[in-house]
Write a protein that binds this ligand. Structure first.
Ligand SMILES: [Zn+2]
Length: 290
């Protein structure tokens, strides 16, 4: 896509002059982009090391005439049938965070200090009692896929349990209560609250202290997800991030505590301290030259 609308200056931008903006200005403006036709979330991608020119992409409304600039996910599982992802009424969804991405890395407890003797249990997962018949196990990948695809799922009262290891629950409740879209984050409801948060990323960068910041756009509460320096490299490796620009336009699902900066007057930041609590679904454009 060659053009995008920037809500911070009201201008229609072409990709090349946009790419030549002064860095700070570019980083601000790229958080405020919309498709010029349908007003849906758009993002800017700098020229890549592989030689793709700078360009814009957007989610697009289904009716949008620019939708020909089709985006594909690099997620193989996008081919899964929706049937497989259906949740039967009354079913409880189980997510085992310690099994995310192979389960080789120990899940660090970012919520409270670890208790002695915990986290040493076996890897066999047992669903007890009456839940045995009515539970199904999901991965973060599947949860994010459903959130993106199904507005109904976002608002559903399906029960969901996130286990941090074989025995201990990290978070449980109804989907609508413990999973929140970026655009719905408010200071009153979410400041200081640990939940699963999800939404699209407009830009990302690494600060000199080694943290990786994933920034959402202005229509998504300008939320940032901060990945601690000690897991930054692991995170980038797990999600096969070649260069940080690859994350523009990706969807993220992350568990962490939300804090509003500036004593609550600033913007929301979600802190992520373990790579098991985050899933990223990258996008790449099928065609750059529409
Ligand atoms: Zn559009």
């Amino acid at each position: 896509m060659q053009h995008a609308k920037c809500t911070s200056d009201g201008k229609l931008w072409e990709a090349l002059p946009f790419s030549q903006l002064e860095q700070t200005l570019l980083e601000t403006k790229r958080l405020n982009l919309l498709c010029a036709e349908c007003d849906e979330f758009a993002w800017f991608r700098k020229e890549s090391r592989h030689g793709h020119p700078p360009h814009f992409c957007a989610r697009h409304d289904p009716e949008c005439s620019l939708k020909v600039d089709y985006i594909i996910s690099d997620d193989q599982r996008d081919d899964v049938t929706t049937e497989e992802d259906q949740v039967a009424a009354g079913d409880t969804i189980i997510v085992r965070l310690d099994q995310e991405q192979g389960g080789q890395v120990e899940v660090k407890d970012v919520l409270s200090p670890p208790k002695e003797g915990q986290g040493e249990g076996g890897r066999t997962f047992i669903i007890k009692g009456k839940n045995r018949e009515s539970s199904q196990q999901f991965t973060l990948r599947r949860i994010l896929h459903r959130l993106v695809q199904s507005p109904k799922f976002r608002e559903s009262n399906s029960n969901i349990i996130f286990y941090k290891n074989a025995k201990d629950i990290m978070l449980s409740g109804q989907v609508s209560d413990i999973v929140c879209g970026f655009e719905k984050i408010t200071k009153n409801k979410h400041d200081g609250k640990t939940m699963f948060y999800w939404g699209p990323i407009a830009s990302s960068r690494k600060t000199s202290d080694g943290k990786v910041w994933l920034n959402s756009g202005s229509q998504y509460s300008s939320v940032s997800v901060t990945i601690f320096a000690d897991i930054a490299q692991e995170f980038l490796t797990l999600f096969d991030v070649d260069e940080l620009e690859d994350l523009a336009g990706a969807y993220v699902l992350v568990a962490g505590r939300c804090h509003f900066t500036g004593n609550g007057e600033g913007k929301p930041v979600i802190w992520c301290g373990t790579s098991k609590f985050i899933f990223v679904r990258k996008y790449k454009a099928k065609s750059f030259l529409v």
